[in-house]
Design a protein around this ligand. Structure first.
Ligand code: HEM
Length: 303
């Protein structure tokens, strides 16, 4: 071992008030790392717990798990932007490029759901899943609040009346996704929504409050629009808004239509929403970065 390395190690531990010899002796006994422990392969492969014996149910579970991991990768990049007030524009753009890569995987791979499961099997094992629904994916909702202001995520009925200064509780009462949580037959809150709110609403509200004025959209708007790097960032952000809020929702909706309505039966979704209307991007009008789009592009959102 070179003296420089030994010296650097000594210094590192001395700086922490530790005896370097203890740590060097420890190296004599510590076990080598291996792939399966580092990646936690056994844990990862033990996380699939189907509720039926249908052979295609594990596909459904694993693909949701893959999605949650990709959402975690997206969140990982987003957090490095929103938590660093002085982020360099080129690094900001590089992180959005990474996010676009992950969002691309999410949309391109959705065929695993649309074409990769047996129609009859899906329609039987899904009956054991109510009131659970992908609607209850919290990462989807946190990502929205890291990306944009809560007043841009409200339903179309109140959108014109709210702004960045509106009361957070009022905005939350009117978030666009609450529309999926009213049982269209009874008009009451579905169990799917009330369980989700009991579990996550406080932390979602805290996130919206913490990142108000500091989310991805606010960060972008503070940059100098004529800078070439900012122009590249704008293109990347438009790409993200479109992939995440139009392309993915359309692939997802087409899949729901295939399994729930391809024979005109209009089956009830496990989350009980009026899903054909609700899931369409032109109904939700979820747009993270409205100023990056023309009036016409906004009018034609999702069409
Ligand atoms: C066969 C596959 C799928 C079908 C038929 C399907 C169907 C549906 C339906 C009908 C809804 C409306 C809420 C409800 O009433 O339950 C919904 C919501 C949702 N699903 Fe799926 N889904 C599928 C796969 C997935 C996957 C793989 C994910 C990934 C996590 C996912 C994530 C979501 C999300 C995030 C929502 C809420 C959408 C929003 O609020 O814009 N779904 N799904």
């Amino acid at each position: 071992m070179s003296n420089d390395i030994v010296k650097a190690i000594e210094e590192k531990y001395k700086n922490m008030g530790q005896d370097p010899n203890t740590y060097l002796k420890g190296l004599l006994h510590s076990k080598l790392i291996n792939y399966w422990d580092y990646v936690e392969v056994d844990t990862l492969l033990s996380l699939q717990k189907p509720r039926t014996d249908f052979t295609d149910e594990p596909i459904f579970i694993m693909y949701h798990q893959v999605t949650e991991l990709l959402l975690k990768l997206i969140t990982h990049e987003i957090k490095q932007i929103v938590d660093n007030e002085n982020i360099d524009t080129a690094i900001f753009a590089n992180k959005i490029d990474r996010i676009n890569r992950y969002s691309g995987i999410l949309t391109e791979s959705f065929a695993v759901m649309r074409e990769g499961m047996d129609y009859d099997q899906y329609n039987q094992f899904r009956l054991t899943l109510a009131p659970a629904s992908g609607f209850q994916s919290a990462q989807f909702r946190f990502i929205e609040l890291y990306c944009t202001d809560a007043h841009l995520l409200v339903n179309s009925r109140v959108k014109a009346q709210v702004n960045a200064d509106s009361d957070m509780n009022y905005l939350f009462d009117n978030l666009y996704w609450k529309d999926a949580g009213l049982d269209h037959k009874t008009g009451k809150k579905t169990l799917t929504l009330s369980q989700f709110e009991d579990r996550y609403i406080d932390s979602l509200k805290a996130t919206a409050t913490k990142y108000k004025g500091k989310n991805i959209y606010n960060r972008f708007l503070k940059l100098n629009a004529s800078d070439e790097k900012v122009k590249a960032l704008k293109t990347a952000l438009r790409n993200f808004d479109h992939t995440y809020n139009v392309v993915w929702p359309l692939s997802h909706l087409k899949t729901a239509e295939y399994y729930l309505n391809s024979k005109g039966e209009n089956k009830a979704a496990t989350g009980g929403s009026e899903w054909q209307k609700y899931l369409h991007p032109s109904y939700q009008r979820r747009i993270f970065f409205p100023e990056l789009w023309t009036k016409e592009e906004i009018e034609n959102w999702g069409k």
